[in-house]
Write a protein that binds this ligand. Structure first.
Ligand code: TXA
Ligand code: MG
Length: 318
């Protein structure tokens, strides 16, 4: 079991000595370590059982620290950072040598983001280094949005979880890369594409599902619970799976003829932001129930609905 608390001094002390600490952000909890210390970074990969080809996001306190870690800040990247940081946006920028190659899996770009959470902001400001932090879950599983989620899976391996309550956004950051004048979105996430485009104009979205992706969050099967997930029209799915005991993930309301306690509604009022906040916790809860299969319906394809649907498609991929 990890110790769970709000003690910033304790968190800083552990990080200063090269240990890992789980930290809250507005998106999901991160498994943090000193981004400039290869030994700490190795511990992150080991703890998550994460393949080394999957690079880590580096978390900074502010723009000045971000600039100290990269060779250049393209104008559109700077515009986005000024508008949306702190917030759920990761920028892929050309890295300086002080960032260990291990962090970026040998790539020459580093993912940088300034998280919007008061506790983690205070922590970052107290440290003399940035924090590498992937989501605090075993590789491939659903991201954690509460301290107990982290404790459930990594409690045996990490000493301290900084308790920042439930994550406000509930989905991982949106990832943007910059190639000359082109802006490419590699992962849909907590910052809406609509908001990015209103700031810098049209962007490309490249959510490849190949086996050699630019971002393994792009792996076809990812963000997955242990139980099989099927997506589609719920009454049809229920019929097709009549031989199985289903758990349902619904958007606005429960369905008749399925045990109500095996159904989770994401947002009764049909609010996709609320649905996003509840989404990963709902998948975890369904995963723990005595059911055979998780049946889920897709959300409207706008705003965060798009990012949730992306996660559902990956969770349901073989
Ligand atoms: O919201 C978030 O981004 C959370 C919180 C903790 O900040 N972090 C997170 O990290 O989701 P992780 O490691 O679970 O997902 C990071 C994704 C991975 O799919 C990784 O491949 C991609 O970001 N990534 C990181 N650096 C990259 C780079 N230099 N080039 C391409 N993709 C990169
Ligand atoms: Mg992750």
């Amino acid at each position: 079991m990890s110790e769970i608390g709000k003690n910033l001094t304790r968190a800083k002390e552990l990080l200063d000595q090269g240990d890992l600490v789980a930290i809250p952000t507005e998106t999901v909890y991160g498994l943090a370590g000193n981004a400039l210390d290869s030994t700490a970074v190795v511990k992150i990969f080991q703890t998550k059982n994460r393949p080394q080809f999957d690079p880590l996001i580096v978390h900074v306190a502010n723009m000045a620290q971000a600039k100290s870690l990269v060779e250049s800040f393209p104008p559109k990247a700077e515009k986005l950072a000024l508008k949306f940081w702190p917030g759920p946006l990761t920028l892929l920028l050309k890295k300086k040598n002080i960032i260990p190659d291990l962090v970026t899996s040998g790539m020459d770009t580093v993912g940088i983001r300034c998280p919007d959470h008061s506790l983690t902001q205070s922590l970052l400001q107290s440290l003399s280094f940035p924090l590498a932090a992937p989501s605090a879950n075993p590789f491939g599983y659903v991201s954690p949005t509460r301290p107990d989620h982290v404790n459930d899976q990594l409690g045996d391996q990490i000493k301290y979880i900084l308790d920042g309550g439930e994550c406000r956004v509930g989905l991982e950051s949106t990832i943007a890369g910059f190639e000359n004048e082109r802006v490419v979105i590699y992962r849909l996430g907590g910052l809406r594409i609509e908001d990015i485009e209103s700031e810098i104009g049209k962007v490309e979205v490249q959510l490849n599902s190949s086996s050699n992706p630019k971002a393994p969050g792009q792996l076809k099967s990812h963000y997955a619970p242990l139980k099989k997930v099927k997506i589609g029209n719920l009454p049809e799915l229920i019929n097709q799976n009549a031989h199985l005991k289903p758990g349902l993930l619904t958007f606005q309301k429960k369905i008749r003829h399925v045990d109500p306690k095996n159904q989770i509604v994401l947002s009764e009022s049909g609010n996709v932001e609320e649905a996003a906040q509840n989404f990963f916790a709902a998948l975890r809860e369904l995963d723990k129930k005595e059911i055979d299969v998780i049946l889920a319906e897709l959300l409207p394809e706008n705003g965060l609905g798009k990012a949730i649907n992306d996660r559902l498609r990956r969770a349901s991929a073989d």
